[in-house]
Design a protein around this ligand. Sequence first.
Ligand SMILES: NC(=O)c1ccc[n+]([C@@H]2O[C@H](COP(=O)([O-])OP(=O)(O)OC[C@H]3O[C@@H](n4cnc5c(N)ncnc54)[C@H](O)[C@@H]3O)[C@@H](O)[C@H]2O)c1
Length: 276
Amino acid sequence: MFANTLSKNARAVITGAGSGIGKAMALELGRRQSLVVCSDINLDAAEQTASEIRRSGGQAWAVACDVSDLAQVQALADKADELLPEPVNLVINNAGVGVGGKAIGETSMQDWEWTVNINFWGVVYGCHVFAPRLRQQKQAGIINVASTASFSAAPLMGPYNATKAAALAISETLAAELSGTGVTVTALCPTLVKTNISANGRIQGESNELFNRLMDRFGMSAERVARMALDGLDRGQLYVMPQVDARMIWRLKRLLPNTYAAVTGLINRRITSNLT
Ligand SMILES: NC(=O)c1ccc[n+]([C@@H]2O[C@H](COP(=O)([O-])OP(=O)(O)OC[C@H]3O[C@@H](n4cnc5c(N)ncnc54)[C@H](O)[C@@H]3O)[C@@H](O)[C@H]2O)c1
């Protein structure tokens, strides 16, 4: 059933491994006997993830890395070369932040820049630094954590939607460039996942309350998303959409391209009025 067994016995590097989806992926990789370099801008949080893996009998290390800084991503790759017994063969570009609650024209330039620096440049740097290394491996993988926002364009999420659309486009480009090599590219596109994204992000006012209520009510666990992402990679899937609503939005947009924005606006207004 699985095209490869990459997530088992991998030599993995994960960004944003201190919390949420990144942490869940790191722990799941540990359970699958992979060696895991857990990196995060917050070294203490990365160290906590790594020590949980070690306490369960696995091998893991913590490395500080701000993905919005190319030199730090390069240093992360060099450090992984030092720590791992053989070259890295799985990279998960997961680190990301949530921004929302203001329309385009009202969102501050600081929030645009903050989001672009982490969600866009973080993925660009991760792919730029690691893709040439992965190419040299017989079997390797790269998971970019995108989002349903990559293609759903919900209102009041301009910077997030734009940077996640870019993460998907980068993944699709990379998949085409690496086809015929041993490298599998997977773009993970979840809807709501129960993590600390709202506490760590800049989602404004009522949108933040709404987001938290929706996340509590409908969010999938990060552990389940992590398992589905790694299984998807092992199956050779380019797109992993863990939830049914993500798959419905994907199809709806193709079915109704011209009315999509109006339908999205209507659904958004319905959800908002039912929950407030
Ligand atoms: N939670 C959701 O509903 C959801 C849905 C779709 C996609 N995602 C994506 O999942 C990814 C992980 O987010 P999460 O939900 O687990 O959030 P989270 O806030 O729980 O975890 C994000 C982690 O990234 C780290 N981080 C933040 N800025 C960083 C930087 N500059 N460099 C390195 N690390 C940094 C944080 O310290 C944190 O440990 C993000 O890319 C997010 O956009 C989340």
